[in-house]
Design a protein around this ligand. Structure first.
Ligand code: 5GP
Ligand code: MN
Ligand code: MN
Length: 481
């Protein structure tokens, strides 16, 4: 990217709307320090500028410090579209609809788990299907898959996967209410049926961590987190089901763009007015994909609890294995926000960005109302992850959104060329981290150094005030898809 990047302050960089014709608003990128060079070396800032050309965009086109190139929209991108005059764009959500993160806490300490970490990761490996094209352990009928698409996490809990309380601490309580399975193709169903209850590959993972540090005692207390405690994180999404939904509707929207003669700087920004049939159908289908992902993570949580029970010969309840939260980081939501002193309804696209609502927001669980929504940010398998909490500043500036990870700094193919499995394993073992992966490439593509420094990313979102640091998690064992 060689265009303008005007410094607003240490954390905010602006691409002014006069940079190129068609831009409706400025693009603002949250970044800083050594990440600025990587930003220049990537075309993602151009994509953030392109997003501002979409009809009906409200406020700025935004990008988080974990920004990198994605299909149409940058990963790390946030854009709000007017609920009457705006558009919805599958590229602003991503192919892995409702890819997201779930965090479970335990009452176990490092000393309880570290000596058994290999056995624990192997047990998780046995109980949670993973790998490219991995298939779940259940066989759904066509009417059952429609129940999953309609009910999401509720379906999973109703069928014995997990506890009722899990839903209360899941974004949307695990179910988008506007889901309509009749808007989902048979091809998506066909891909979704065998894969329900599986982790997938590569960037998707299951990790056993310990709480290394606490930064906000009040929020940590509300989230049930304390220093030295063992936690489990799972990162995965809607598998082939969501991917097919995105693929199907991109075709529909490309046709729409041609028909109405909409001028876009990039074909990958294909979109449809939110109030058109195409736009409405996609939003209903996207909700089905999101529900699939919540059912998926709910089932995996159930197998995580079973794996701990198998390993430690204690009940999950007895080990205090409560879910802290589950967040989506690839999704569009119809929300109300204050924009220039006015209450407005907008479709917030978060693509590789996480909702981060502040305290007392009506849409967060009542148990967190006094502190704010937990925000779960994975870093990389060598350095760990962060738990943040939403703020008023994020609500005012970024439609209640923050980053979603460290973000890639190296392409998958480059990482495969550059690293060796042995090198990565030895390095991680040196830090006391046990790693097991379904595939060799899964390890190489996910090398810790293929990602930006999570510390740098968090410094920017915390420094800008978009969210606040609560806890740092460091891995003991990682299961890679
Ligand atoms: P994405 O959804 O973009 O594929 O991944 C989200 C984020 O997860 C990435 O930006 C990266 O920072 C982080 N990540 C990927 N693999 C791992 C892992 O094995 N462990 C942890 N803690 N984070 C990871
Ligand atoms: Mn994903
Ligand atoms: Mn993801």
């Amino acid at each position: 990217y060689e265009g303008p990047l005007e410094k607003i302050d240490d954390f905010r960089w602006k691409i002014p709307r006069d940079y190129k014709s068609g831009m409706n608003t400025d693009a603002v990128i949250y970044s800083g320090g050594e990440m600025l060079q990587a930003l220049r070396e990537d075309d993602a800032p151009e994509q953030a500028a392109n997003v501002s050309c979409l009809p009906g965009i409200v406020g700025n086109s935004l990008a988080m410090p974990d920004i990198h190139w994605g299909y149409g929209f940058p990963i790390g991108g946030v854009a709000a579209m007017d609920a009457d005059e705006g558009v919805i764009s599958p590229g602003g959500i991503g192919f892995d609809i409702n890819c997201g993160v779930r965090l479970v806490r335990t009452d176990l300490e490092i000393a309880d788990v570290q000596p058994h970490i290999k056995e624990l990761i192997s047990t998780l490996f046995k109980n949670v299907p993973s790998g490219v094209g991995s298939e779940g352990l259940i066989n759904l009928t066509k009417s059952q898959i429609d129940e999953v698409l309609l009910e999401g996490g509720e379906w999973a809990v109703r069928n014995g996967y997990g506890w009722d309380e899990d839903l209360l601490v899941t974004e949307e309580e695990g179910r988008m209410k506007n889901a309509d399975p009749s808007k989902v193709s048979d091809k998506s169903r066909k891909r979704g049926i065998p894969q329900l209850g599986s982790l997938g590959s590569g960037n998707h993972f299951l990790e056993v961590d310990y709480v290394e540090d606490i930064f906000d005692e009040d929020a940590a207390k509300a989230f049930g987190l304390r220093k030295g405690q063992i936690t489990v994180t799972v990162h995965c999404g809607s598998r082939g089901c969501g991917h097919q939904i995105a693929t199907d509707y991109l075709q529909v929207m490309e046709r729409n763009v041609k028909q109405v003669g909409l001028q876009l700087p990039d074909r990958q920004l294909a979109c449809a007015p939110v109030n058109s049939k195409d736009g409405e159908n996609y939003f209903k289908a996207m909700a089905c994909g999101a529900n699939y992902a919540w059912a998926n993570r709910q089932m995996i949580l159930h197998w995580i609890r079973e794996s701990f029970e198998e390993c430690f010969k204690r009940d999950a309840e007895n080990m205090g294995m409560h879910q802290v939260y589950d967040v989506a980081h690839n999704i569009a939501k119809l929300e109300e926000h204050n924009v220039d002193g006015q209450r407005r309804k907008v479709y917030v696209h978060r693509k590789g960005a996480t909702r981060a609502f502040p305290k007392e927001h009506p849409e967060i669980p009542s148990c967190y109302s006094s502190v704010g929504q937990p925000v779960l940010i994975p870093g990389d398998m060598g350095h760990g992850s962060y738990v943040l909490v939403g703020t008023e500043c994020g609500m005012a500036e970024t439609f209640g959104s923050t980053c979603h990870g460290a973000g890639r700094i190296m392409s998958r193919s480059e990482a495969i060329r550059k690293f060796t499995v042995q090198g990565i394993k030895t390095n991680m073992e040196g830090r006391g981290i046990f790693l097991k992966s379904a595939t060799k490439d899964g390890i190489l593509e996910e090398a810790p150094d293929a990602y930006k420094s999570i510390e740098n990313v968090i410094d920017v979102v915390a420094g800008a005030g978009l969210s606040k640091k609560v806890a740092k998690l460091v891995p003991l064992g990682v299961m890679k898809g």
